[in-house]
Design a protein around this ligand. Structure first.
Ligand code: PLP
Length: 424
């Protein structure tokens, strides 16, 4: 049985969350602006004497309001699709502050990115060649595969030997040859070894690999060490020691600067660490069901809204914010409302005795929550509410009604007529 989590793990008062659930209904993602800002500021304070710049990985949470907050803290952006590039441009970001790490990019996406003037980070020799042919005399960056394996789950381990991402280290000379043939300057080198890194030593090893691998790049202007800084998902788990990491990394980065003549910027591009703990998914219990060996709390959300437990067996603390005092603990499986048996949000969780109508807060869902949500089972996406730094609550995405959801499906698919059988 998992321990009953204390209310203190919530990033804001439970009464405030309860008031939001009652006013906005559920399911609703809630984000705390002041916490996002504090976390950005913490990262920015880590390397005071080094040319380090911070990019936010938009894939973690791409609500434009959230991106705007992070931009206001002086972050640029790490994007992984042309759509994310367009989103950041639309928000007024300088293209020079947008890093686009391509992955099986199409020609159309390449031309769009080149026209926009963002930093294109190329992950294969084939794409590098087609970029160089199309844009001789220009510049780009290369993503490499450092053969360092990490991440909270095999599905997000991106740096290992068999990963689809990045150019093999032994092919870097070939990459520089291709670029030189077309007068393209490789301005940067990048790697991202995984999301939710488990062993801090692995980031240090990756830093070492990139510093060494950059030696053959004549036009080097930056080295990007990727994202992956982990957060604790269990309330009794120790957080990643950022200060220690920064101390260890600083020594190595300073030594590198001392031996290189070129001015170099170092980038990190975290997503989860910036927004994960600042988000909560609010849901309401509508069913309590004793199935003999397990008692299920049935909720109005599911893996369509929070995929991480189903996809990665990820653990998120769940707090009953309606009933948290005085009642005996019971053990529940917390189930979603999607028509699949894998739709479980938490297993064997100790909670105060819970009833239909109670609200639950699913913690640490600010990253890879809403961005991975779908409309599976034709259910609407959750609403999103921001608790602003000034303390008021602001809707940053409306939840559609079931009627609007179906109406929009008809609109998007171009079907206007009522259901009748189609003759072949
Ligand atoms: C290329 C790249 N950079 C940065 C990130 C952000 O990772 P995290 O949210 O773990 O910091 C990811 C996430 O998978 C990524 O693929």
């Amino acid at each position: 049985m998992q321990p009953n989590p204390p209310l203190s793990i919530l990033p804001v008062d439970s009464d405030r969350l309860l008031a939001i659930a009652q006013k906005w209904g559920t399911p609703t993602y809630v984000y705390v602006e002041s916490l996002i800002r504090q976390r950005c500021q913490k990262l920015k304070s880590l390397f005071p004497d080094l040319p380090v710049s911070w990019l936010y990985a938009v894939k973690a949470n791409d609500n434009p309001h959230i991106i705007r907050i992070i931009s206001g803290e002086g972050f640029g952006f790490d994007t992984v699709s042309y759509e994310e590039v367009l989103l950041c441009l639309k928000l007024g970001t300088d293209p020079k502050d947008i890093f686009y790490t391509e992955n099986n990019m199409t020609d159309a996406e390449m031309h769009g990115a080149a026209k926009a003037g963002v930093i294109l980070n190329v992950g294969s020799l084939g794409r590098l060649r087609s970029f160089c042919e199309a844009y001789p005399g220009s510049e780009c960056s290369i993503r490499v595969k450092p053969d360092i394996s990490d991440g909270h789950h095999a599905k997000v381990d991106t740096g290992n030997q068999d990963s689809k991402f990045g150019i093999r280290l032994d092919l870097i000379p070939e990459a520089t040859r291709i670029a030189a043939d077309f007068g393209v300057r490789i301005r940067g080198i990048h790697a991202h070894i995984g999301s939710g890194i488990q062993e801090p030593e692995n980031i240090l090893a990756e830093i070492e690999v990139l510093l060494k691998s950059s030696a053959g790049l004549q036009d080097l202007a930056f080295i990007n060490f990727g994202g992956g800084i982990p957060i604790p998902y269990r309330h009794d788990e120790a957080p990643f020691d950022l200060d220690r990491f920064a101390d260890l990394a600083s020594g190595r980065l300073k030594a590198f600067i001392a031996t290189t003549e070129k001015p170099v910027t170092f980038f990190f591009e975290p997503g989860r660490w910036v927004v994960g703990p600042a988000g909560i998914l609010l849901t309401q219990v509508n069913t309590v069901k004793d199935q003999g060996r397990k008692v299920f709390l049935g909720t109005d959300t599911g893996f369509n809204h929070l995929l991480r437990p189903a996809l990665y067996d990820a653990y998120h603390e769940v707090v009953n914010i309606s009933e948290h005092t005085g009642k005996t603990s019971r053990t529940y499986h917390i189930a979603g409302n999607i028509c699949e048996s894998g739709d479980m949000l938490g297993l064997d969780r100790a909670l105060p005795e819970s009833s239909p109508g109670d609200y639950l807060a699913i913690c640490d869902t600010g990253a890879y929550g809403m961005t991975m949500a779908s409309q599976y089972n034709r259910r609407a996406l959750p609403a999103e509410v921001l608790i602003t730094s000034k303390g008021y609550h602001k809707t940053i995405r409306k939840r559609k009604t079931p009627e609007e959801t179906v109406k929009d499906l008809f609109k998007e698919t171009g079907l206007t007529a009522a259901l009748k059988s189609e003759t072949p």
